[in-house]
Design a protein around this ligand. Sequence first.
Ligand code: SF4
Length: 358
Amino acid sequence: MSNLRLSDAVNRIPDPYKPLGEIMAKQKYHFVGRHTVVKKCYWTHTALVENRYCYKCKFYGIESHRDIQMSPAAFWCWNACLHCWRIRPQDVGIDVDETKMPFADDPKEIVDGLIREYRRIISGYKGHPKADPKLIEEAMNPVHVTMSLTGEPTLYELLEDLIREIHRRGMTTFVVTRGIRPDVLGNLSEEPSQLYLSVEAWDKKSYNYFNRPLVPRGWELTMETLSILPSFSSPTALRITLVKNFNDGQDALKGFADMIKIGQPTYVEVKAYMWVGASRERLSKSNMPRHEEVRSFAWKLAELTGYKVIGEVKASRVVLLSTIDKPIRHGKGCPEGPEAPEPPGKGEYDVTDPELTY
Ligand code: SF4
């Protein structure tokens, strides 16, 4: 995006949020309207220039080069998690309530803008010596939208209309939430193609420590969300971000097993915390588990819950558990699907209580 266009987009962000937008624009977020951001994913890049694909491609058929990574709630959330890279208003001295979105753009305009900005991002690869022209052409027509990136999507009051509008245009949706709005999720008239509840904590104490809720009853709301997961027609996923020396001990293991019994998600993804962005100021590199540690934890969780380990991708340090044998596919990507993984070797299997950091 040229400097002129970048400043045009940021200028549309109302005060007092503009300084946040300026910082995010420098971090290569593209703004669509007043509160929506889109950013090129690492895996979009590797798909285009190296023909390597994200775990969502291998598990669920999502084509990494045609997947728009976005958030409709760039600045707002009900948590301030230790591992988050969201820029908070207080980081730049802005005194606003970060738990309430004061405006809501039209979903049709958001989807138009998302496609426009995604195409602008992809156009930058035309002429790239390593990029595959056929993949560039495909990528100009995105087929999937992932709502995560930064901020809490359920705070956007027109979320169900946005999901519906994306589906109306023939694209699928993954929505990732921290699960603090069971009132919103329980009343969606249009469900996402797959719903993720993303967690790191396994009880109220660990939640208050790690997710630092900005509202009362954050843990109770999370548990309410968990309890309504079985009512979804779409597949659901409980994503556990594994943080070494925080949630890889026996207490956490047992807590997550109990949560799985309540939520009965279609999938459990156990995925390593990655030491990136602003989280480096609050966590250390040693909090990042190795893939072998993720597998050990995942296999133990499978044993406790009766879920099967049905896939893993070492490059993303992620292991997939499910009650079904093969994941439901939402696109044409990576047709080979995940390999059926072998259990870890004997030495890898032990899960020991770490010295907790809180
Ligand atoms: S819930 Fe997500 S956006 Fe909100 S603070 Fe936590 S990691 Fe950041």
